[in-house]
Ligand binder design. Structure first.
Ligand SMILES: C[S@@+](CC[C@H](N)C(=O)[O-])C[C@H]1O[C@@H](n2cnc3c(N)ncnc32)[C@H](O)[C@@H]1O
Length: 323
């Protein structure tokens, strides 16, 4: 009871200080508050399980998780209810045959998720029926969690604080950071989040930031009057959000992060083939994740100020580099 009250007090104090913080750093106060309130309301998808993470992130994510030994550490930045993390402590973490069945197209599902079955089966073999003592350490960070902490040794949740405010000393160095429409998608202090990912990552570690979809082949209705279903290109808040550099040029948030010298960055994809159905002609989606590997010892990420944000889930934001 006292602990709960103390947590509420800390959260309230931090929340009360945010407008001052926004003012000090030149952020647009209204947009800053909009984002912190959006996070505080917690009206978004927070219950994805491990199979969903494995479906949305590229296959290298699963290989990485499965290769983590007892000295490994996975941080999920924006862990919601933490089901994906808790699943790692199940006897069967992932059922490869079920995953393959669900990825295949059927009469009901006119789409196919392209998965290489061999690495999937290998990862499942490494993850399933593993001794508890061999499991890696896992940390979930979430501003809100509606259910009680499942209290599993090796699984810790940091609840009730903004990631940007948690002293870095509270974290062990990370082999893997995941952000599935989590902290980086909502933060008004995005530069600080990236600095922290850089500081937390071990040299061999990787951060997986889910970006959204690239529609590489739009479907169209194959009748005489061709009607396209969607336009080729990105469907992603990271691509619609922008950063204006000190030289006056404006780039997408995705390109800005990719261009930071602090990381080696690449976009990895899951291909989704939209099969022919009725008179719908096949199409293709590339579900994309930005994978960051630390390149420099020190980070030199420019300061950003938030200029604008909408209240989308996730929001589209405009930032500007501070000279
Ligand atoms: C849309 S939910 C996604 C949850 C989870 N990744 C999933 O897929 O089910 C966003 C999560 O990020 C957390 N979050 C967003 N910004 C945050 C911040 N700055 N500090 C701490 N948690 C944050 C929210 O509290 C929530 O847990």
């Amino acid at each position: 009871m006292t602990r709960h009250f103390f947590r509420l007090l800390v959260a309230f104090t931090l929340f009360a200080q945010l407008p001052a913080l926004a003012g000090e750093t030149g952020h647009c106060q209204e947009s800053f508050q909009k984002l912190t309130q959006l996070i505080g309301r917690n009206f978004f998808e927070t219950r994805r399980d491990f199979e969903k993470y494995a479906e949305l992130f590229p296959q290298s994510f699963l290989s990485r998780v499965s290769s983590l030994k007892e000295d490994g550490h996975w941080v999920d930045a924006g862990s919601g209810e933490g089901f994906a993390l808790q699943d790692l402590f199940n006897q069967t973490v992932i059922d490869p045959e079920k995953v393959l069945k669900e990825a295949a197209s059927s009469f009901w599902r006119a789409r196919k998720i392209v998965i290489d079955p061999e690495p999937l089966r290998e990862s499942a073999q490494q993850l399933n029926f593993r001794e508890a003592a061999d499991k890696p350490k896992i940390t979930g960070v979430t501003y809100k969690m509606e259910r009680p902490d499942p209290k599993i040794p090796n699984l810790a949740f940091k609840v009730g604080r903004f990631f940007e405010d948690i002293p870095l000393g509270e974290f062990a160095p990370a082999d893997l950071i995941t952000d599935l429409y989590g902290v980086i998608s909502y933060s008004p202090r995005l530069d600080e989040v990236l600095r922290r990912y850089h500081a937390l990552l071990k040299n061999s570690g990787r951060a997986y930031i889910f970006i959204g979809d690239y529609l590489s082949v739009p479907q169209h209705i194959g009748t005489r009057r061709i009607e396209r279903i969607g336009e080729e290109g990105w469907y992603s808040p990271f691509v619609n959000s922008t950063v204006t550099r000190t030289d006056g040029s404006t780039v997408s948030l995705l390109d800005w992060i990719k261009s930071l010298p602090d990381f080696n960055a690449k976009v990895e994809k899951v291909v989704i083939q939209q099969s022919k159905k009725g008179n719908l002609v096949p199409g293709e989606i590339e579900r994309s994740t930005l994978v960051l590997e630390k390149r420099t010892e020190q980070s030199n990420i420019p300061l950003l100020k938030l200029l604008e944000s909408d209240d989308g889930k996730p929001p589209i934001r405009k930032f500007e580099e501070v000279p």
